[in-house]
Design a protein around this ligand. Structure first.
Ligand code: NAD
Length: 240
């Protein structure tokens, strides 16, 4: 066990108010690609960059292309939670962790058993008809040919995910801010911390045990009290 891991273990053992803030890197060990790793979606070849395809304007103007990318790269329904998701759920059951705040839309924290999850960017598991509001599960979207349409009224279906140019849900932000501002230990993991306003939420943390667990460096490394460079599933597993 390295000194850094030992310190993290000590902080976790001594806390009953941990909050976790995470991003796409939490799910790469579940084989869902992130955006900014070398094998992430930014480094694969598409006609447009992912942030363009995943924008509100693009969705409205070019839903066929949006859904081609979305179904192929974001809707990975056979993905299973990894050691990081399971460890966070275990800490919650033990009364140590109060909330997971995630930028992910894959639902893997809930699949691992976490209950208090603030999904800042929504979820691929919820989809609704833009005309009549009928809800649909993710399988309906995955199996639809081309653009999924409502089986009741024929309207276009939109995933309940926050696209670029769209605002975040105020209640979810409120819950996340409240949890972060009361946290004793804030663990940030698997995120490049460059997507705003989500990344700005960590500024509400007021404690002195800010931990960053990431494969690569982030703009906030210097502000952290503890930085662990590594794969989050492996790091959490090594805590015992
Ligand atoms: P990002 O792709 O910008 O950054 C991911 C970060 O995680 C990188 O710094 C990378 O080095 C690190 N990382 C990758 N694998 C890791 C691992 N195993 N352990 C530790 N660190 C690891 O992701 P972001 O900051 O979340 O921002 C991208 C946006 O894209 C988010 O808004 C998110 O909603 C969305 N997104 C979500 C998913 C998902 O739901 N799984 C997947 C791709 C993108």
């Amino acid at each position: 066990m390295t000194d850094e891991i030992r310190k993290l273990k000590e902080w976790i053992d001594g806390s009953s108010n941990i909050v976790f803030f995470g991003g796409a890197g939490v799910s790469t060990e579940s084989n869902i690609p992130d955006f900014r790793s070398v094998d992430g979606l930014y480094n694969q070849q598409y006609d447009y960059p992912p942030e363009t395809i995943l924008s509100h304007t693009f969705f409205m103007r070019n839903p066929e292309e949006f859904y081609r990318f979305y179904k192929d790269k974001m809707l990975i329904l056979d993905a299973k939670p990894n050691a990081a998701h399971y460890k966070l759920a275990e800490w919650e059951r033990q009364g140590k962790l109060q909330a997971v705040v995630t930028q992910n839309i894959d639902g893997l924290h809930q699949a691992a058993g976490s209950k208090a999850v603030y999904e800042l960017h929504g979820s691929v598991h919820r989809n609704y008809c833009m005309k009549c509001g009928k809800f649909f599960g993710p399988e309906y979207i995955k199996e639809a040919e081309g653009v999924p349409r409502c089986d009741a009224c024929g309207g276009m279906i939109k995933p309940d995910v926050v696209l670029y140019e769209e605002g975040l849900d105020n209640d979810i932000i409120g819950g996340a801010v409240s949890a972060i501002s009361r946290a004793d230990v804030l663990i940030i993991g698997g995120t490049s911390l460059v997507v705003y306003p989500a990344a700005g939420l960590i500024d509400y943390y007021r404690g002195h045990k800010l931990v960053l667990v990431n494969k690569s460096s982030t703009p906030r490394d210097r502000a952290a009290d503890l930085v662990i460079n590594g794969k989050i599933g492996e790091v959490f597993s090594s805590l015992g």
